[in-house]
Structure formats: structure tokens, C-alpha cells
Design a protein around this ligand. Structure first.
Ligand code: ADP
Ligand code: MG
Length: 347
């Protein structure tokens, strides 16, 4: 679905779980699945249910087919996906889309409004221009004139939903990029699938975005937040561990998809209002929410808004919490968080 989505490992994350072991009756205490989707990896852990004899193989096939469908809707890396066809369209004619695609776009527009335009799925052309998209990497900032030109075709106000079934561009060269929200949507979709298969206790993770349902061995799921060290792989340095039950968590950061030019870091989180990568001192943002799509989008939004505005927004919302790591001038990290985040930190 995007640069990171399809190119690299994810920002945060490590799941702290015991390896699967077998009980006396040869049933695993946890069914573990893993695979690739959206340019990254996914992991699923399921606590088996008595009487549910679905094999791991069957569940994996169902998960993979579901994720293939999501990719065919939302991946800009597939030429024939709905999103790619919409992006290629150079017209203001309505373009019919699937209900799932429409649902994600609607949710994205809601976050766009709530974040005062900090989160904006029409940012795609800027993402490509800065070398974080499908057009290949770059290691120097683009020409400022080009940035200004590209900005003219960015803005969710130019994207309209028609008759609850179609999208319409008010500017023919508008394009969308769902990379900051689609992994979260994918996590929710897999979670719905597992519920429909009658599982109640499971954990789904795609590229570091997580939903944890129920519990594992009578305790909440334990999910790690990575310490944002430039270039570090997920799970190597853990900043905090969260206890999660029926909640999603997502992290965005400046430390895994970036380039450095003349001593300055340019990361893939782009302020759609200026056309430049964000340059506040926010190193990473972790959001807990009831669903992973919202957590994913909010984490990106807060990266762009910065800690002060971001926390104000989160604290005004029921059901969302955020944990922010700030980078000081000396490179030292400091933590700040929303009113009730602390209750999720495992001690
Ligand atoms: P990751 O993909 O590592 O999970 P995010 O969820 O923060 O990270 O998504 C970042 C991606 O979202 C970028 O690579 C880019 O494709 C896109 N993006 C960048 N800036 C914005 C923005 N302001 N609003 C929406 N999407 C953005
Ligand atoms: Mg995101």
C-alpha cells in the first residue's frame, strides 16, 4: 500500500509472547500463523477453542485470501487494484468503488477533518516526490518549485463521496495513498474473520499494527512499543510493554523510513499543508483505540500535528489514548502521554 507498507519493516513493535507449546492432548496452547502482505509481514496468534477443529492451515488460507482481497482494493503497488485505477483516472467523473474501500476513505476523511488536515490520504504525490512511494527512493530533498507544484494537487477537500458508492475527484490529477490507514484496516478485517470463525482470544498484527482480542492464558496480551532508534529493526529495543484486551494499538515514527541530508532527517511522515516531511521533535506516536484502522490513522496524524495539539485532540476523544516519544536536542528521548494511557503500561 505504500512505501513502508510495501518496502520496509514497520516502525514499532514486538510481540512478547511465549512460543507455542503443546499440551498433553497434543493441542497447541496457541495457534501461530505468519505470512506476508502489504509489503510487510503479518502474525496471528489464536487461542484454540474446544470443539473448534479448524486446522491452522485452513485458517491461514482464509486469512491469506482475505488479505489478497484487501490488497486488490487498496494497494498502490498493484497496477490493477481499485486504488491504482482510481489514481490513474484523469477525470472528474464518478468512479465506483467497493464498500470496504469506501469505508476506509470515509474514515480517512473523518480523521482529516478532526486533525485539521494533518492526516490526508491525498498526500500520495508528495510521498512519491520525496522518494517514499512507489516511484523509488531518493536521498536529497526535491526541488522546492516541484514541491509547490505538487502541493496544488493535494487536499482531501478535492475528494468527494457520491451516493455512498463512488468517489469523485474535483481535480483530475488527485491521487490517494492509504498506507497510513490500510494496515490497520487489514488488522480489523482479519479480526472480524477470526470472530466469524468463533475465536474469541487472538492477536493480529500487520507490520506492527495490532489488535488484541480477549486474553491469553488468562492474562491480557502483552505488546511491546519499540524505542525509536534510527534504522533499528522492530523488537530490538523496547521502550514499554502494554497490556491489551479488546483494543488496538498502532505506532508511527520517524526512525525507520527516512533519509538524512546535510545532517537533517527527512522522514516519510509528510505535512500535507506544507509539502515537507514533518520536522517537529516527535520521534514516535503510539495510539490505543477500539479499532486498528483508527489507531493507525491517528498515530500518523499525531506525528504530523506534534505532541501538544495531538494530545489535546486525543484527550478530547472518548476511547483513544496516545503515548509520544520526543527527541531532545541532545538526542535523548522523553515520554509524554494522554490522560489514561498509563493504565495500559505493564509494570
Ligand atoms: P507505517 O507505514 O510505517 O505504518 P504510517 O502508518 O505512519 O507508517 O504511514 C506512513 C505512510 O503514510 C507514509 O509512508 C505515506 O505513504 C503516508 N503518509 C505520509 N504522510 C501522511 C499524512 N500526513 N497523511 C496520510 N498519510 C500520510
Ligand atoms: Mg498509520
Amino acid at each position: 500500500m505504500n512505501s513502508v507498507f510495501f518496502k520496509r519493516f514497520k516502525l514499532l513493535f514486538l510481540l512478547l509472547t511465549l512460543p507455542t507449546f503443546w499440551t498433553a492432548c497434543n493441542r497447541p496452547s496457541v495457534i501461530s500463523l505468519e505470512g506476508r502482505t502489504m509489503g510487510t509481514s503479518y502474525h496471528v496468534q489464536i487461542v484454540p477453542v474446544k470443539g473448534n477443529s479448524l486446522s491452522a492451515q485452513k485458517i491461514q488460507t482464509a486469512v491469506d485470501s482475505l488479505l489478497t482481497v484487501v490488497n486488490k482494493q487498496m494497494s498502490t503497488y498493484l497496477q490493477d487494484s481499485e486504488i491504482s485505477r482510481f489514481n490513474r483516472l484523469r477525470s472528474v467523473e464518478p468512479f465506483k468503488v467497493s464498500p470496504s474501500f469506501l469505508f476506509v476513505v470515509k474514515s480517512a476523511l473523518q480523521i482529516y477533518r478532526e486533525s485539521d488536515g494533518a492526516f490526508d490520504i491525498t498526500v500520495g504525490p508528495l510521498v512519491d516526490l520525496w522518494g517514499f512511494g512507489k516511484k523509488g527512493q531518493r536521498f536529497t530533498p526535491p526541488d522546492s518549485l516541484l514541491i509547490r507544484e505538487t502541493l496544488k494537487r493535494v487536499g482531501s477537500q478535492y475528494l468527494k463521496i457520491l451516493r455512498d458508492s463512488a468517489l469523485c475527484k474535483l481535480k483530475p490529477d488527485l491521487e490517494i495513498d492509504l498506507s497510513a490507514i490500510a494496515k490497520g484496516y487489514g488488522v480489523d478485517a482479519v479480526s472480524r474473520l477470526l470472530r466469524s470463525l468463533n475465536f474469541r482470544d487472538f492477536m493480529v498484527e500487520i507490520g506492527g499494527e495490532v489488535f488484541a482480542a480477549g486474553s491469553k492464558q488468562g492474562r491480557p496480551w502483552r505488546i511491546g512499543i519499540d524505542r525509536p532508534q534510527y534504522g533499528a529493526q522492530p523488537g530490538v529495543f523496547v521502550q514499554a510493554i502494554l497490556n491489551l484486551q479488546n483494543r488496538a494499538v498502532a505506532t508511527s515514527g520517524d526512525y525507520r523510513n527516512f533519509f538524512e541530508y546535510k545532517g537533517k532527517i527527512y522522514s516519510h511522515e509528510i505535512d500535507p499543508r506544507t509539502g515537507f516531511p514533518v520536522s517537529n521533535n516527535t520521534a514516535s506516536v503510539t495510539v490505543i483505540a477500539p479499532d486498528c484502522m483508527t489507531a493507525d490513522a491517528m498515530a500518523t496524524a499525531i506525528m504530523v500535528m506534534g505532541a501538544e495539539k495531538g494530545l489535546k485532540w486525543v484527550n478530547s476523544k472518548k476511547d483513544a489514548e496516545a503515548f509520544i516519544l520526543l527527541r531532545g536536542k541532545d538526542g535523548k528521548l522523553s515520554e509524554t502521554m494522554s490522560s489514561n494511557f498509563d493504565g495500559f503500561i505493564a509494570r
